[in-house]
Design a protein around this ligand. Structure first.
Ligand code: PMT
Length: 396
């Protein structure tokens, strides 16, 4: 499952460092190319020789050492990694990363990488619960680092509580999820809507909105990459249809309604990212409307609310809606869960920089019908899509 992937494992000076021998071995068995970076303190708990033997790669410790990994060791390693895992992560390394301190190879490398960084803290329960540490952890979460929660139980120091390094299965699961190599939607049909609809006034003009389809296309790609059969119903966009996806182009809300209703019964998951026009001109002029002296008044009539109709017909399906709002975002999103009988809503505050229409990134809050709420940091739309499907698979 990890063939072709470079996993950079950062080991810091905690007693659980010895457990990393097993973890590195498991990553190798999954096909990953593993590079281990150790802090000086980590080498007190487990020898670099063991790590080198298990990983079958040189182990890096010193920022200034002559190595075979490249001319600038921390940059080379940082660029090579598909994912960085720091386990066990001490309070020290968490504090350093949270405050931008780069004073050893590992902390410098984290600064230089663009790969996702997973952090598995492990320490004494009092250290773990220390408010300074918790604040640092919260800061990292906000900045998009993924924290693998420690397990509770008997700790090496004799105390009992939270602070144990999680089982290797849990850490590997987090890596697989981050690298999107999980095929957890295999056997599922995912219906996605994307883009804006166009509501014609005459042969020349239409009413529409700013949706470019990027969010919806990212959802289709993410679902496909997780093994799903994907049907993408899309309003007009400038994007190329994603490969290996059933693509259904539509123009108006009515056309989108018909396409969605046709495929709804055989779908398992429906994600409605499209920005559907709520109203359409009551009359579509056959010929181009000519300008006259005074104002032009156009009467609009309601389009069907596709999501509301799906909510009424829902049987086995998981229904995910979006809420693009410019005020009272969470309140309005929560109302939509009830009104449209949704399982999950993606609250999208379109006033934030880097969120909403046309952006490469999005900033959303996931709210499920059972009341769970997850604020996501600014992420690429593809990454947001994966987080949505993570939530969906949990619901399933
Ligand atoms: O396409 P991009 O440029 O990438 O921009 C992404 C996005 C901002 C369009 C996307 O992230 C987003 O927020 N999509 C939902 C936009 C929207 O129409 O929200 P809404 O709050 O008006 O509608 C709520 C939900 O009902 C949506 O899931 C919508 O698809 C659905 N709806 C709305 C009206 C209607 N007549 N039928 C519907 O099904």
């Amino acid at each position: 499952m990890l063939k072709g992937k470079v996993v950079l494992v950062g080991v810091t000076g905690g007693i659980a460092a010895y457990k990393m021998v097993d973890l590195v071995s498991r990553l190798k068995k999954l096909g990953a190319d593993v590079f281990v970076v150790m802090t000086e303190a980590a080498t007190r708990f487990v020898t670099p020789l063991v790590m080198r033997t298990i990983s079958q790669n040189p182990v890096s410790i010193d920022t200034f050492a002559e190595t075979s990994t490249g001319p600038v060791q921390h940059i080379d390693l940082a660029q090579r990694a598909d994912v960085v895992l720091i386990a066990p992560a001490t309070a020290n390394i968490v504090g350093k990363i949270a405050h931008g301190i780069a004073d050893n190879l590992l902390s410098t490398l984290v600064m230089a990488t663009r790969a996702p960084v997973l952090i598995a803290p492990s320490m004494n329960v009092n250290m773990y619960e220390n408010p300074i540490f918790q604040e640092n952890l919260a800061r990292l979460r906000r900045l998009g680092f993924q924290i693998i929660e420690p397990a509770s139980g008997h700790l090496a120091c004799g105390d009992t509580g939270k602070g144990r390094l999680p089982e290797p299965e849990v850490i590997i699961e987090a890596i697989l999820t981050t690298l999107h190599v999980k095929q957890d939607l295999r056997g599922k049909t995912v219906l996605v809507t994307a883009g804006a609809t166009r509501e014609a006034l005459d042969p020349v003009r239409f009413i529409t909105n700013h949706s470019t389809g990027k969010m919806g296309y990212a959802l289709a790609e993410a679902a496909r990459d997780r093994g799903a059969r994907v049907i993408l119903v899309s309003g007009p966009t400038n994007l190329a249809p994603p490969a290996n996806v059933t693509f259904i182009p539509v123009t108006s809300a009515i056309e989108m309604y018909e396409a969605v209703m046709k495929h709804f019964p055989t779908s398992h998951i429906v994600v409605k990212a499209a920005a559907v026009a709520d109203y359409r001109p009551k009359r579509r002029a056959e010929q181009k409307i000519k300008k006259g002296e005074g104002n032009l008044i156009i009467e609009l009539e309601r389009n069907p609310d596709i999501l509301y109709e799906l909510g009424k017909r829902k049987e086995h399906q998981i229904l995910v809606g979006f809420a693009a709002e410019s005020e009272n975002v969470i309140e309005y999103a929560k109302n939509k869960i009830q009104q449209k009988n949704l399982d999950l809503i993606v609250a999208n505050d379109i006033t934030q920089t880097g969120a909403g229409f046309g952006e490469e990134t999005n900033i959303v809050t996931l709210i499920s019908a059972n009341g769970l709420m997850v604020d996501l940091p600014k992420l690429s739309k593809y990454e947001v899509a994966h987080r949505i499907f993570d939530a969906v698979t949990e619901l399933i």
